[in-house]
Design a protein around this ligand. Structure first.
Ligand code: TYC
Length: 114
């Protein structure tokens, strides 16, 4: 029983019940981990398709998308965007599914932000 906020922490929002100092605990509560969605280069996906992906799923302008695509093309990988885990996971699935549907080998992955 009890309300849904009962997490045995009488000092909300300072979750200082496991040995951390309150100073460390507050940012842990307020700033969720962020994740980079990385686009990987390959030899077959057309440049225009990568630009389309960046515009469609990452809301980039033509110019931004072209710059990111060329960066990935030259360096092997590049950041399409930075999101919370559930949004980043959704973007990766959308990109990989859209690429597969269009028979392109384009892949994206996740990387936790430092
Ligand atoms: N290397 C591809 C080509 O020359 C273009 C490309 C860019 C593919 C970025 C994937 O994530 C990528 N057609």
């Amino acid at each position: 029983m009890g309300n849904s906020n009962d997490n045995n922490n009488s000092n909300y929002p300072f979750s200082n019940t496991e040995g951390d100092s309150a100073v460390q605990s507050v940012p842990k509560l307020d700033t969720p981990k962020m994740y980079k969605v990385i686009l990987l280069n390959d030899d077959y996906t057309p440049m225009d398709f990568v630009v389309l992906v960046l515009r469609r799923f990452f809301a980039k302008t033509e110019e931004q998308a072209t710059q990111i695509m060329l960066d990935v093309h030259k360096k092997g990988a590049g950041v399409a965007g930075v999101f919370s885990l559930e949004i980043a996971e959704m973007k990766v699935m959308q990109v990989n599914q859209f690429a597969q549907l269009n028979q392109n080998p384009l892949k994206s992955t996740l990387e936790e932000e430092p």
